[in-house]
Design a protein around this ligand. Sequence first.
Ligand SMILES: [Zn+2]
Ligand SMILES: [Zn+2]
Length: 357
Amino acid sequence: MQLYIAGGCGDQGRNCFYIEGDRHAFIVDAGTSTDGLDRLPDLSPEMIRRAEYLFVTHSHKDHTGAIEYLENNGFTGSVLMSNQTYQQIHYKPKNTMILDSTAPELSLDGELSLRWGRTGHCAGAVWYYITVDGKRLFFSGDYRENDTFYRCDAVRGLTADLAVIDSAYSRMDRAEDMRKAVADAAKDALAAGGPLLFPVPSYGRGLSMAMLFYQTFGEAHPIHMTAKLRGQWLRLGHRSYFAHEEILDYPFDIFQSWDETTLEDGHIYFLTDAQLAKAKSRQLIDSHPELSVLMTGSLHGYGKAKSYYESGRAAFVLWPNHLTKQETADLAVANDFSLVVPFHNPKEKPETDVYSF
Ligand SMILES: [Zn+2]
Ligand SMILES: [Zn+2]
């Protein structure tokens, strides 16, 4: 059996893995690049036609941006994803199979079966453990154990011939250290006296960070969020499938809805425009010199977040919603994986794009 890396290793986004055995072929994720060029996965027309399934780990563009391209280029198989992922993506695949969260095991045919679990990266994100033609394969997707908001079905004691594992951050510390750095940076920024802004993606770390700040600062620094993010809080915050047990008891009004205009000193604001792609977001920042801006995720090729950071107008501190190199190693040790292929790290390119196992 062979794994072809069609993107996602030593790459900016574009996560895509093609697996072919004697009897079955499938793809895990079909993302476009995040460098602003929307580069497509390196898949031949034969691979696209041969693949019977596309397993989608979560909604983010670096995992789903090329689904339409696959369908327009001969892919006629089923696209598997969670219900939350389906709701979040803009392009709806023609032939979608929604994973049933009450029965996280599925047999697609006698020789291809799978199990999945929540990864803790965002609502609807799943990992896959696939058994095919006698081989066992694990795909972590974007993976984050112990997130402050999202539940993760931690992967322990799995045996796999191949494991493709999130290893987005080259650093050798762990999430606790990174979350503490974010809380400290927020504390420092708020000490300056003005309001504090966090540009975040529509689906992902916003609720996790808001939860950390609420747990750290209590009522001292009221937390506001755009209607889009607060809508998710209302939908997900009291559903035990996504959120941790202790969160379910918090009242909804610990996070307030924000009109994206009003700013008060000492308050925290979440703006769902991580890359500052909208002119309105930039106007808000430009017209409020007293507003501190903290970027907490990768700065992509589209939008203007990068230039705000480079000019010094925005500060940067990384929020962990992927694994560090240390945590990738931790996960490998906690399981029995014969071959580990780290992915999602733009700086680390493997020696080969093809693995036989
Ligand atoms: Zn993601
Ligand atoms: Zn990703």
